[in-house]
Design a protein around this ligand. Sequence first.
Ligand SMILES: [Zn+2]
Length: 271
Amino acid sequence: MIKTHAIVLHRFPYSDSSFIVKVLTEESGIVSFIVKGGKKKESPFRGALDPLALSEVVFRQNPNTELQFIKEATLLDWHKDLRNDLLSLAKAQVITEMILRYAPQGVPLQEEFERLEQALSEFNECCSSTNAPNAATSAETPSTKSATSPHATDKSNIFAHWLLDTCDMWGYNLDLETCSRCGKTLDKPAADFFPETGGFICESCLGVDTPRARTETLNGLWALRNGNKIEHPEFTENALLTYLRHHIGFLREIHSIKFLNETRKLFGQSQ
Ligand SMILES: [Zn+2]
């Protein structure tokens, strides 16, 4: 019997009353459960097997079948405040879908588990503080608070940070501070970035050429390197997504990106 923490990545209906639930476990990587009667109101798993929930699960791993029977599931953290913030929710869904599609199957993914739980907690924390009555006013005044503390979590860089760490975890480390042409260490935002190769170019190497990357992307990647607030996170996120998908070597469609782009439009951010 295996007892481990798990984060629900995906859940879909199976027959009239059952679910198939895919979770990222702390100890056994990605596991698929068939949850018979999971749709019923009196199901003992309700809540604990909702997408993005952190739960403790107990199951017996049968190596002969892909679908495991779950014995127990106890909800530890539903990430309630994250669910009330549409843009954060959309980003969290892209993260879980990327893990589901791109993470290696059938192997332990402890680092991926820890990094995912960190991102979900950070989203949840930032969303709960923006919902608090006093935070609304302070959030509107421009503040350099995050610049003084590199570990300060700002909602704008959670997804980008997860993408950057995931590049690293999956062996596609992105060097944010070196010019890929002359090897010099950058002391300000790069003059250009090529998401296909992950190469940054310094001002003198770029010379009179027109950069292909937008200023928002270059400033955002620099802010990410320094742990600062990212002004237009969608550009940085898209640049990192492009880089990662080029390096993963296959381009399976991430369906939830469509939802993220719709949500960004709703919040007045360009794609
Ligand atoms: Zn250079």
